[in-house]
Design a protein around this ligand. Structure first.
Ligand code: ZN
Ligand code: ZN
Length: 374
């Protein structure tokens, strides 16, 4: 496997070790998942057998893998890193192996950071193997690195955005009265793969009243003529980077009160996208849209945060939410997806992925945000 060193630079573990040291952590322990892929490029299988990158704040990092996974690990981008790959045999205890290669608590190992998605059975086994050592979440340290995207990462997100845009541009071929949400969703899922994604992560087709439930996925409900439909779709590209975009469709002329709500939503989402710039806080960006929606009388119907960061995971830092005083910085990528939900009737959400640039914002989804009347 060719290692795309622009997308997965070789110095990430060194940067993570420094960040760990700055946070007072003596080591990072990272099991398979997006953090491991971010640090090494290795897309390891999450198995019951332990795979774990151990990166001491001071000292040489090493990657512990089951012996039977060692050839795969060596063939992966991790094999090109300056990191020892330590295979463990079926009858060995990999947790004891890690402990044997780290200092003891008495010798100065006090706090270790574990990746936020580590399985509980591994967390507890590490706790037993490293007595007296405090365990903390490494998410803050690793998230701080991951949320500031490089130019290559932004390019990967842009490619993901173009792929999901191509699917939205074709939704009209499948969305018809008389078909079920599930039938339409199957066609959309096929198209997500055909557009270049490696996996389909979610397909939401919320017709009529189902559109009022933001995380409704698919059902056997038959879509009716004249109904608004929320379509929110995303997948993961071979690069590891994710797409996520929502557009709104209507099977024939839309009801007048829906059109009023949609117009308010459209204005709110546009205002938010135009407000993106370095220094604006996450909570302020959320408020820009929320104020417009509330002034029009739909404040109680905008029931979720404005957005989430996106990268190797669909949902990651930074969250665009009330209460977050985090100032946005160039390179941060996140969704802008206000919604208005009228229970029992319908809902609408407009979602673009945007990236904060040096002097503003760039949207990575470029298809029309207008209501698409089919
Ligand atoms: Zn979405
Ligand atoms: Zn989203």
């Amino acid at each position: 496997m060719a290692h795309d060193t622009e997308l997965y630079p070789l110095d990430r573990i060194v940067r993570a070790q420094k960040a760990a040291a700055d946070a007072g952590l003596d080591a990072l322990l990272v099991s398979p998942g997006p953090d491991l892929r971010y640090l090494t490029g290795y897309q390891a299988l999450p198995l019951e057998r332990l795979t774990c990158l151990v990166a001491p704040a001071a000292g040489e990092p090493f990657l512990v893998v089951p012996l039977l996974e060692q050839p795969a690990a060596e063939a992966s981008p991790a094999g090109a890193l300056d990191v020892e790959i330590v295979g463990w045999r079926e009858t060995e205890d990999p947790y004891a192996l890690i402990a044997s290669r780290l200092p003891s608590a008495a010798a100065g190992l006090r706090r270790v950071g574990l990746d936020n998605h580590m399985w509980a059975e591994k967390v507890l086994a590490l706790r037993s193997a490293l007595p007296g050592v405090e365990q903390e979440l490494a998410g803050e340290v690793l998230g701080a690195l991951r949320m500031r995207k490089s130019a290559a990462e932004v390019a990967a997100l842009r490619a993901a955005g173009a792929a999901i845009d191509a699917v939205h541009d074709a939704v009209g071929e499948w969305l018809r009265p008389g078909r079920t949400e599930r039938e339409v969703g199957k066609d959309i899922a096929d198209a997500i793969l055909a557009a270049g994604h490696e996996t389909v992560d979610f397909v939401i087709v919320g017709s009529g009243p189902n559109g009022a439930s933001p995380h409704h996925e698919l059902s056997d409900r038959v879509i009716q003529a004249g109904e608004p439909v929320v379509v929110d779709i995303g997948g993961t590209m071979p690069s590891g980077y994710c797409s996520d975009s929502t557009r709104n469709y209507c099977l024939g002329p839309a009801p007048a009160d829906y059109l009023r709500a949609f117009g308010v939503l459209r204005a709110a989402q546009t205002a938010q996208c135009e407000s993106i710039r370095p220094g604006i806080t996450a909570e302020r960006l959320d408020a820009v849209g929320r104020e417009i929606i509330a002034e029009a009388g739909y404040g109680e119907q905008f029931i979720h945060r404005t957005g989430h960061g996106i990268g190797l995971e669909t949902h990651e830092e930074p969250y665009i939410v009330a209460g977050s005083a985090r100032p946005l910085e160039s390179g941060m990528a996140f969704s802008v997806e206000p919604g208005i939900y009228l229970p029992g009737l319908y809902g609408a959400r407009i979602e673009d992925i945007a990236v904060c640039t040096e002097d503003g914002g760039e949207r990575l989804n470029l298809t029309s945000r207008d209501l698409r009347v089919l």
